[in-house]
Ligand binder design. Structure first.
Ligand code: WTA
Length: 673
């Protein structure tokens, strides 16, 4: 328990030389001293091994002191945490009032207003735009005032459907400034997918652009929003920014964003928010068809993303941080926007693709922007390594210090190429494991124990405060090393999700019931003989296409809409570049004739329209029936074995309703091959 003192005022004093020690001692008078010392400014000097130990043995002291020292509070918290996994209760920094935008903007605009906050690496190389902390604060305030003047207030949900751009970042931070809850929807999602999210979150407004530009192509965002909003009664305003010159027809709900912003003041008082007020929702895929709106809150999320950003990537003051993720994904939220900005970094917003205008794009950008940390995905690396190394080598990469990978297991070939060709063997490469639900990186080789190695293609070590546990098939905790099981986390950490929007019971059922009292990640993992973690992949019906999560049930839902299709089963199968791709088994009505080509074409369109293009199955197989258990559940495991041609080892099929179905599907598959 922290004493109820005015920590915010004290934190300002800590910064004054000479007062720190004294203030700290009185602040932590109830704690043993020394050793170990009690405040973050002292604690962070401990060797990483000791810091980790402290973070799991005394999380209150570890996270409490970090939160006091690293964040600016409007009112101090009085309790570090109040959590109970079995009831899904997760509260951090109880009683505190904070504003995330103040920590990401005002703090830095006061100290170094002219430092570049954002480098917008636009689609066309060499046309980057730099935005300083002062400018970003002003833009954010203008946008916040525009939202306020349209009656958007604390607690309202606002959808953001925008390409990677400073205005998208300002929109996120403007919501944070006034306490509105943003829900970013990746600007590649279809109108139906966007509508489903707006409806679930009951958003009051959408912020969008007229068009997006990616890989030299125009994407008509506003017309997608218009189509989505037709079925969304909650939407009162559509704010439209102009990314291109192309005018759009403005309807009744539309507000010209850039014009309105120019009429509003560049100062907006920040709303004091509870540590546990929602900051954003982000929809992700689970094992049922209904996407879930993962809820993240203020202080804990910000502290966790800023600390992981600093420690995992060895971020140092003044570095240029290059995470090439889209802001519509959690990686963009945590490591393009919130983590880097909280640390006062210069963060790169990458609008383009890795191969536009050629496969040298990333490395030409690294040279031009002098990027220090480069964070990408295995799927992009697998694509790039197929080209000649000269695309990398012709650019100066000497600014690079840390390389990172996220999204799916990284294979050895991609790891070694990234490490030795891109990083010239001199930059540590961190494979970072985490999820939308975890808020930030949970397992990564950094921070290193002094002198310890990085093992290729392995996430390795838990971050501060993370206690991984592996579970066996019977739900038992697997102790010792050289074991594989379901990856769980036994203790809460500040960055973790707090709920599923509108369905807390689903949150409890999905994450805390499977292994009672533990957070279940949905992933399998192996603990090596040295005690390091290797992620082996999803254990549920979630697949990972180019690092994007998709529920097989979501794709099936879209396919099943076709009147000639009574049922389908989708599985993920390995793919060289994308990691996995969807494979659909389709049962057709008997009266549809012999040639299913037209139907399959229609099915492709259905998935692209309902979800997005990358969800469209790469393979279809028309079958008479699907393998099911006696209780009617589709056994996708068997379908996977058919495609991988491992049906000689089917495992336990005692629950299979009619075993002859396996032979039937194998024959159909062999014929089609
Ligand atoms: C997978 C992305 C292996 C994993 C940040 C997880 C990984 C899911 C890794 C979350 C990694 C992410 N190694 N697998 N380094 N990083 N994953 O919510 O299956 O889009 O559960 O968050 O991606 O995907 P999400």
């Amino acid at each position: 328990m922290f004493p109820k003192t005015n920590l915010y005022r004290k934190r300002k004093l800590y910064r004054t030389p000479g007062l720190c020690e004294q203030q700290l001692r009185c602040r932590f008078s109830s704690l043993p001293s020394p050793p170990p010392p009690g405040t973050w400014s002292q604690l962070h000097r401990l060797p990483h091994r000791d810091l980790y130990r402290l973070s799991v043995t005394d999380p209150d002291r570890f996270w409490g002191s970090a939160a006091v020292d690293r964040l600016r509070w409007m009112r101090p918290f009085h309790q570090v945490r109040d959590c109970d996994f079995s009831s899904g209760k997760i509260n951090w920094f109880v009683g505190g009032k904070i504003n995330v935008s103040v920590n990401c903007l005002d703090v830095h605009a006061e100290n170094h207003p002219d430092r570049v906050a954002l480098i917008w690496e636009r689609d066309e190389p060499g046309t980057e735009v730099k935005v300083t902390y002062r400018e970003l604060l002003e833009t954010t305030c203008r946008l916040a005032n525009t939202l306020k003047s349209h009656e958007i207030k604390k607690g309202d949900r606002v959808a953001i459907y925008m390409p990677v751009s400073p205005i998208a970042v300002a929109a996120m931070l403007a919501c944070a400034r006034i306490g509105a809850v943003h829900t970013m929807v990746f600007a590649g999602f279809s109108s139906e997918a966007l509508a489903a999210k707006i409806q679930d979150a009951q958003c009051k407004a959408v912020i969008t652009c007229n068009q997006g530009v990616r890989g030299g192509r125009l994407i008509h965002l506003k017309s997608t929003v218009d189509a989505a909003v037709r079925s969304c009664t909650s939407i009162q305003h559509i704010f439209v920014s102009q990314r291109t010159e192309q005018p759009v027809v403005m309807g009744e709900l539309d507000v010209p964003l850039d014009e309105m912003m120019s009429q509003h003041a560049s100062v907006c008082p920040p709303e004091p928010l509870d540590s546990e007020d929602s900051l954003f929702l982000l929809y992700t895929s689970g094992s049922t068809g209904k996407p879930k709106g993962i809820v993240h809150t203020q202080a804990g999320y910000l502290l966790y993303t800023s600390m992981t950003h600093q420690y995992v990537f060895d971020y140092r003051d003044g570095d240029v941080f290059g995470c090439v993720a889209d802001v519509g994904w959690i990686t963009g939220h945590s490591y393009v926007v919130y983590g880097p900005l909280c640390n006062g970094a210069t963060t790169v917003l990458f609008e383009s693709t890795p191969v536009y205008p050629d496969p040298g794009r990333y490395w030409e950008m690294v040279e031009r922007l002098r990027i220090n940390q480069f964070y990408s995905t295995p799927t992009a690396l697998r694509l790039l390594l197929k080209y000649d190394d000269c695309w990398v080598k012709k650019y100066d990469r000497s600014s690079l210090r840390t390389l990172g990978s996220v999204g799916e297991p990284i294979n050895h070939e991609a790891w070694h190429w990234f490490h030795s060709v891109v990083g010239e063997g001199r930059c540590p490469l961190v494979d970072t494991w985490w999820q939308t639900e975890t808020g930030g990186i949970c397992i990564a080789p950094h921070p290193l124990e002094e002198g310890a190695p990085i093992i290729p293609a392995m996430a390795m070590r838990p971050f501060f405060g993370i206690q991984p546990v592996l579970m066996g098939e019977k739900g038992e905790t697997l102790t010792g090393d050289s074991v594989s099981g379901a990856l769980c986390i036994s203790q809460p950490w500040p960055g973790m999700a707090r709920s599923i929007y509108g369905d807390h019971q689903r949150f409890i059922d999905a994450y805390f019931k499977v292994y009672h009292g533990y957070y279940f990640t949905g992933d399998g993992a192996h603990r090596s003989e040295d005690g390091y973690y290797q992620i082996t992949g999803r254990m549920d019906d979630v697949i990972n296409v180019s690092g994007h999560r998709l529920g097989t049930a979501e794709i099936e839902d879209a396919l099943d809409e076709h009147p000639a299709v009574p049922e389908t089963a989708v599985i993920g199968i390995p793919h060289d570049i994308k990691g996995e791709v969807p494979f659909a088994f389709v049962v057709l009505k008997e009266d549809v004739g012999d040639d299913p080509t037209a139907i399959l074409q229609h099915l492709r369109g259905l998935v692209a329209n309902k979800i997005t293009k990358y969800a469209v199955p790469e393979h279809f197989l028309v079958v008479k029936r699907l393998p099911k258990t006696r209780s009617g559940k589709i056994m996708r495991r068997i379908l996977r074995k058919v495609v991988l041609e491992t049906t000689n080892d089917l495992g336990d099929v005692s629950t299979l309703d009619d075993p002859s179905v396996v032979k039937e599907i194998v024959e159909t598959y062999d014929l089609k091959k």
